[in-house]
Design a protein around this ligand. Structure first.
Ligand code: ADP
Ligand code: MG
Length: 693
């Protein structure tokens, strides 16, 4: 602000209408007594004791009693209130960064005070910042005090009162029959709930805090059971939908495709083809995940499924999350299917208006039997004639909405108004550990390609400190001299896309100079699609020796002649990402090498990641270690297990409970239908929709 005239008084925003108590409860999802019952404490405070100051240590929540020795109001840099309090054992500093005159007055009174707060290490010894101050000598709490999740302007006292009220009115009947509780060793529901809201005096902070108490186990089990039941419901709902069954089997087309391949399918690929075929024969929609490590050969399995659908008279759509990936699929599929007389359509956002219109026409007239593309496939203008199968590559990269959208393209009704949905095949190279799959994808059948095509020599991974670049360049030259090609992956710059781009451009310029006369290309996310496609094409056809790339090549890129990959600043990449990147080499018979260049010193976690990369090329093992290192929330690309609809149970630490809940869920609805409904009512009210997708 310039000196001189005072700034004009900013107009005050009209005060927002204060929320009523009910509205505040509603914000927390608390509408009915039943909601309050399972609004459980986040944590507990121990107000059962007064501690001597001498026994305090940083990080401890404590209450003490003593007399104020001194108070001091500091004016600069802003008004702060400092005080010192003492008991028989020692002294403690208290500090308020803003305060009311009444607080100062309270401290300056003569009476001994009770002070409660978190102990911190201050500049001059231990202190409490913004502690709660009351009169000393009042009766102590006899049990732990629950602290509930709350929202602005809603006090713990208000919540506690409403919950106490609800406990008197709500239905606390057990949703699990006694024999089930006995079998699984579970505490009765009402007992668990009361204990968590009103912990008895003999329970210590540690008993409850670690959430290992049987009362917490019961709540977590209930929650997990509800989740499993509602996933089973979703499955039942899917089976009630209709799809056109396909005439799968060894059609002439399928036979011709298999005969044209330069390889035979692995046993694992054959098994997956069988599982998919069996699904597509059914009159309800397939919902299957085809899972297989990078390079395991998912594409041909998808192609066979597509050909089977086409041979049955249906159209097929294949959608991939990036243009590069979609284009790779298009080229591959075209090389396999065009010779069989099958017409394909290519659709991406970057196509010209005319090309787009032609693609729309080919799709809506039914002339194109297989449409491949990016999200452009779900535009309004795309209309299929008879869409029977939808294939999604790297399905976890699409939003739920996008997945549904493509499915709807197949909406077809017969004369009686019966709707038919396409079958859906998802592909993913990210192996999902079992418990995660159970918790997230129970309504997804899984086929796994668990072996690599024969004759692949495992990729050799080398770690090299950044100062060995010259050696690495020599290696690139030697590889190219043998007629091979190499990828050079640029460092990840998380903070700034512009910087990332600049790094890629610089790396390209430097390598072009250093590696001359080798032909060095550059590909990154900011290139226009046509340019991207041009560069990929040049690399694929051998017109480039080295491809400098950002992570845009992470998924799907398939150039079997590329046998060397250098990843710069490998320590900045995540484990799954490194594994995906490395999977771009070793796709043919040639012995391939991946060099992870790193900048010392390495952090402990980076060291673990690089070691994992060095020690194994098995995607499942990599996924296991990734999960171990990062925890499931981040692993799934979601911030926390809360995204799986879980409030109390944790995917990390409640594996046993997840399994038990799943076991029970498989028979519970059949054996105890009323209990099952009651249970879903209590735990899932209105949230089934979330899980169904
Ligand atoms: P991904 O599972 O990573 O998508 P791809 O489908 O791209 O793997 O397959 C990787 C490479 O292996 C491709 O070049 C593909 O043609 C080839 N391939 C697939 N199946 C076999 C097989 N049974 N035998 C030999 N090569 C195969
Ligand atoms: Mg692939």
């Amino acid at each position: 602000m310039t000196a001189g005239r005072p700034a004009p008084q900013a107009k005050r925003a009209a005060p927002r209408k204060a929320l009523s108590l009910d509205q505040k409860f509603e914000k927390l999802g608390l509408l009915e007594p039943a909601d309050f019952v399972v609004h459980l404490p986040l944590r507990y405070e121990d107000e059962t004791q007064v501690e001597p100051i001498a026994r305090l240590y940083p990080g401890k929540m404590a209450q003490i009693e003593g007399r104020i020795l001194s108070t001091d109001v500091q004016a600069r840099p802003r008004a702060q209130l400092h005080a010192r309090i003492a008991d028989d054992s020692g002294e403690l500093a208290l500090r308020w960064l803003h305060f009311y005159p009444s607080q100062l007055k309270q401290l300056q009174g003569d009476l001994p005070l009770r002070v409660r707060g978190e102990v911190r290490q201050g500049f001059h010894g231990l202190e409490m910042v913004h502690p709660k101050v009351t009169k000393a000598g009042q009766p102590l709490a006899s049990a732990l005090t629950p602290v509930y999740p709350t929202t602005d302007g809603l006090s713990q006292v208000q919540l506690r009162k409403a919950i106490a009220d609800a406990l008197n009115h709500a239905d606390l009947r057990d949703t699990l029959p006694e024999e089930v509780r006995t079998e699984y060793g579970l505490m009765p529901f009402s007992q668990a709930i009361r204990l968590l809201h009103y912990p008895p005096p003999e329970l210590s902070y540690d008993d409850l805090f670690e959430q290992g108490h049987p009362a917490w186990s019961r709540i977590k089990f209930d929650e997990l059971l509800a989740q499993q039941l509602s996933l089973a419901q979703a499955r039942a709902a899917r089976q009630a939908q209709r799809s056109k069954p396909m005439k799968v089997g060894n059609s002439e087309l399928t036979k011709a495709l298999l005969a044209s391949l330069p390889f035979t399918l692995t046993a694992a690929q054959k098994r997956c083809v069988k599982e998919i075929s069996a699904d597509m024969k059914r009159s309800y929609p397939m919902h299957r995940l085809l899972q297989g490590d990078v390079g395991s050969g998912k594409t041909i399995v998808a192609a066979i499924a597509a050909v089977q659908a086409i041979a049955s008279g249906f159209q097929v759509a294949l959608m991939a999350p990036t243009e590069i990936l979609a284009e790779q699929h298009y080229l591959k599929m075209r090389s396999w299917l065009e010779p069989l007389g099958i017409e394909l359509a290519w659709l991406s956002g970057s196509l010209g208006v005319k090309a787009k219109r032609l693609a729309y026409e080919a799709i809506s007239s039914g002339q194109a039997r297989l449409a491949i593309g990016t999200q452009a496939l779900i535009q309004d203008n795309v209309q299929f004639q008879q869409l029977g199968l939808v294939i999604l590559d790297e399905q976890h990269r699409f939003g739920v909405g996008q997945r549904l959208e493509l499915n709807r393209k197949g909406d077809a009704q017969d004369k009686k108004g019966q709707a038919y949905l396409p079958h859906q095949l998802n592909m993913s190279a990210t192996p999902i550990p079992r418990t995660l799959a159970m918790a997230f994808f129970a309504d997804l059948d899984v086929s796994a390609i668990d072996e690599l095509p024969p004759g692949r020599s495992p990729i050799i991974t080398k770690l090299a400190a950044d100062n060995r670049r010259d050696e690495i360049m020599a290696r690139v030259r030697a590889e190219v001299a043998q007629g091979r090609q190499a990828y050079w992956v640029c460092p990840l710059v998380e903070e700034s896309e512009a910087l990332q781009l600049q790094t890629a451009v610089d790396t390209h310029a430097a390598l072009e100079l250093a590696l001359a006369p080798l032909r060095v290309g550059l590909i990154h996310g900011r290139l226009a699609s046509a340019d991207k496609a041009g560069v990929m094409e040049a690399f694929r056809t051998g017109n480039l020796d080295v491809l400098v790339a950002t992570t845009v090549i992470e998924v799907g890129v398939d150039v079997p002649n590329a046998s060397l990959m250098i990843i710069e600043h490998a320590e900045r990449f995540g484990l799954a990402q490194l594994h995906q990147l490395r999977g771009r080499v070793g796709r043919g018979q040639i012995q391939s090498v991946c060099v992870l260049l790193y900048q010392a010193p390495l952090s402990a976690i980076a060291r673990l990641r690089l070691r994992a990369m060095y020690e194994t090329t098995d995607g499942f093992e990599i996924a296991r270690r990734d999960l171990e290192q990062r925890g499931p929330g981040e692993f799934m690309g979601m911030r926390q297990s809360g995204q799986a609809g879980l409030r109390f149970a944790s995917l990390e630490s409640d594996e046993d409970l997840i399994e038990q809940a799943q076991t029970l869920a498989s028979t519970f609805r059949r054996d105890y239908p009323d209990h099952a409904n009651h249970h879903l009512q209590r735990w899932m009210k209105g949230r089934e929709e979330l899980l169904r997708s």
